[in-house]
Design a protein around this ligand. Structure first.
Ligand code: MSP
Length: 630
């Protein structure tokens, strides 16, 4: 893999809200990406920070009875502490009230003014203080801000304007010539959609008489900059634009990570500002969806805030991080619930990962004397583990190219599944009883050791604490992706038993939710003829999507032999739709159809469940769809 240079930014967070789940999710995604790129050997610069000017901040400070600067200081410190506690590896933290930022904003404003890109004029329009921007008639929904659902204010005043409209055609051409400039594609299409309407010039100032808390325009000190003009420039001011060494090295490789609510400022204002100022454009804009709770939007202004740390402190940073990365399909909204979080923690972390690590290290200690043995001859089943790992490494790399954290983790978990099955089928505890099979046992123990060594590297960006513990247990060096090359594990390496990486969370089941006790406990026995009435078949999942307005249901399109049919399965809290595509499941094929949340389900998918943990019934060997199950 060729080494590359990479500059990644998060949005700078408004200091009118304590850090919450939405902020943490974005910062964790950026952190996982930067850790991954460093692991690859890339040169990385990772920026986050706080957005400290504007009406909202001034109002919040006034409400708290402190100066805006004191208010900003308190909140900026809160964000910094939060990221430190979460183990975020940002290289810098920019605050828009810092002199290094103000100077650059003023220099860029002056440059644009001198070039005739900024003029003085009057504008009246509908303004949202939550978004700090005007909305066009087309964007307004029922007279309200489409994002905050709050009434807009009509503001008419003399201000300075940036000639954004003149860049409309240029921006459309740029987007057409660079299809990957904004990803996922739906957001590129959304920006092209904005650009189908005439683009207005951008109001970039506020009269000082109305707003004190901002950066004064260098050419008219009766005005301060408009928030977005100030905020967006952080991405270059932090690098020491125009001639800082960091700017030279990293700006040509800039990528931004943002939430979908701030697409227009980043997809339209920012590229046109850069173009007008003669600054090269960023390389790529990566747009994620929203975390919702109970299906509703969550943000400070909507009043439904979840403190990011209630659950991190309760269940650990790695588990929290894993859930946020695993559960959100990049670009789409995802729902957060403690129940789903515990489900993932128990199933993916305690079971799949924790068990593998603890079983493998325990067996190497018990049957290998705590040292990696010299492997004996290698068989197909050993080679299959290597192949599964190599597939995962390739898929992680491809997924990370698209910020598809969920796909990357699904790929690692495919490998964990293969490694766990390998333990079950090779049964080292049986081999250990037979001295004649020592050579086979040694190969199996070596293969397990090598799997752990590689996992300790591959998991590092996603589960840094757990990956560190895995590496410590197998005495390996600082992680580098290039070291994953299968075969590097040295016989003789000391291995320690790993303590449970992720203890299971026991969920108290209330009495009402327990199945009613049946006299004689087990269900009544049935004759074989009754069972024969149930037509069980193998089905291949072709498509999977969430059922609108349902937390639990997925709509699956499956192939059963030559037939394609639609099923509804109550597995949405346990499986990401994308991870089911291509899987073979078992269905009841002759069930009378039923309509669930408006979708007709023609059959039922089989799954086992236990204490909030659910597992689909699948095949351990590949057989064609339509095969009978009995
Ligand atoms: N200050 C501006 C950004 C300026 S960048 C030059 C801002 N700040 S914010 O604090 O309101 O939001 C920052 C980021 O947090 C946005 O990307 C937003 O999408 C994200 N989130 C806020 N709530 C969120 C969720 N509930 N879910 C996911 N992300 C969310 O906008």
């Amino acid at each position: 893999m060729a080494e590359r240079t990479f500059y990644l930014t998060t949005p700078i967070y408004y200091v009118n809200s304590r850090p919450h789940l939405g902020h943490a999710g974005a910062t964790i995604m950026a952190d996982a990406m930067c850790r991954y790129r460093r692991l690859r050997g890339d040169r990385v610069y990772f920026l986050t920070g706080t957005d400290e000017h504007g009406d909202k901040i001034a109002q919040a400070a006034a409400a708290a009875g402190v100066t805006p600067q004191a208010h900003a200081d308190t909140y900026a410190t809160m964000f910094q502490d939060t990221w430190r506690r979460l183990g975020i590896t940002n290289d810098d933290f920019i605050r828009t009230t810092e002199p290094r930022h103000r100077q650059v904003v003023q220099a860029i404003l002056q440059k644009l003014y001198d070039a005739g890109e900024i003029y003085f004029g009057e504008y009246g329009g509908w303004y949202c203080y939550g978004c700090e921007r005007f909305y066009t008639e087309k964007e307004i929904v029922d007279g309200k801000c489409p994002d905050h659902q709050t009434p807009l204010s009509f503001i008419k005043e003399k201000n300075y304007f940036f000639k954004m409209s003149k860049y409309q055609d240029w921006l459309i051409k740029h987007l057409e010539a660079h299809p990957g400039f904004i990803q996922p594609e739906r957001y590129r299409n959304e920006v092209l959609g904005f650009l189908r309407e005439p683009l207005q010039d951008l109001s970039i100032s506020r009269p000082r008489a109305r707003l004190q808390w901002g950066i004064p325009l260098p050419f008219d000190d009766q005005y301060v900059t408009y928030v977005w003009f100030d905020a967006l420039i952080n991405y270059v001011s932090a690098l020491g634009y125009p001639d800082g060494a960091l700017y030279e090295e990293f700006w040509p490789h800039a990528e931004h990570l943002i939430g979908k609510d701030i697409l227009k400022p980043h997809g339209v204002y920012w590229p046109t500002m850069l173009k007008a100022a003669g600054i090269p454009l960023y390389q790529r804009l990566n747009v994620h969806g929203y975390w919702t709770i109970g299906g509703g939007k969550m943000s400070k202004s909507i009043g439904n805030v979840v403190e990011a740390f209630q659950l991190t402190d309760k269940y650990g940073h790695d588990a929290f991080r894993y859930f946020l990365l695993r559960e959100m399909t990049f670009g789409l909204d995802a729902n957060f619930s403690e129940e789903a979080f515990i489900g993932r923690l128990n199933a993916d972390l305690a079971n799949d990962l924790g068990n593998l690590v603890s079983r493998a290290t325990t067996m190497i200690v018990n049957f290998g004397g705590g040292r990696i043995p010299e492997p004996g001859p290698v068989m197909d089943e050993d080679r299959a583990v290597q192949a599964a790992l190599e597939r995962a490494v390739g898929e992680v790399d491809a997924a990370m190219e698209d910020f598809a954290f969920q796909r990357a983790l699904a790929a690692v978990w495919e490998f964990l599944g293969a490694a766990n099955r390998y333990v079950d089928t090779t049964a080292p505890w049986t081999l250990a009883k037979d001295p004649a099979r020592r050579g086979r046992l040694d190969t199996v123990l070596w293969t397990l050791g090598e799997s752990l060594r590689c996992l300790g590297i591959l998991l590092d960006p996603f589960l840094p604490e757990a990956a560190g513990k895995i590496r410590a247990g197998i005495g390996s060096a600082p992680p580098r992706l290039g070291d994953i090359a299968w075969g590097r594990l040295q016989p003789g390496t000391a291995v320690q038993k790993a303590a449970a990486l992720f203890p299971r969370i026991e969920v108290k089941v209330s009495d009402e939710s327990k199945p009613p006790a049946v006299a004689g406990s087990a269900p009544a026995k049935i004759p074989l003829d009754d069972f024969a009435k149930v037509d069980l078949r193998v089905a291949e999942v072709l498509e999977a999507e969430r059922v609108a307005k349902s937390k639990k249901l997925l709509k699956l399109t499956v192939k059963v032999g030559d037939e394609t049919r639609t099923l509804v399965a109550g597995v949405a809290e346990h499986y990401e739709p994308a991870t089911l595509i291509g899987r073979k499941v078992v269905i009841v094929a002759n069930l009378q159809p039923a309509t669930l949340m408006g979708v007709e389900s023609d059959g039922m998918v089989l799954a086992a469940s236990h204490e909030g943990h659910l597992s689909l019934v699948t095949l351990d060997k590949d057989l064609p769809s339509g095969s009978k199950v009995k």
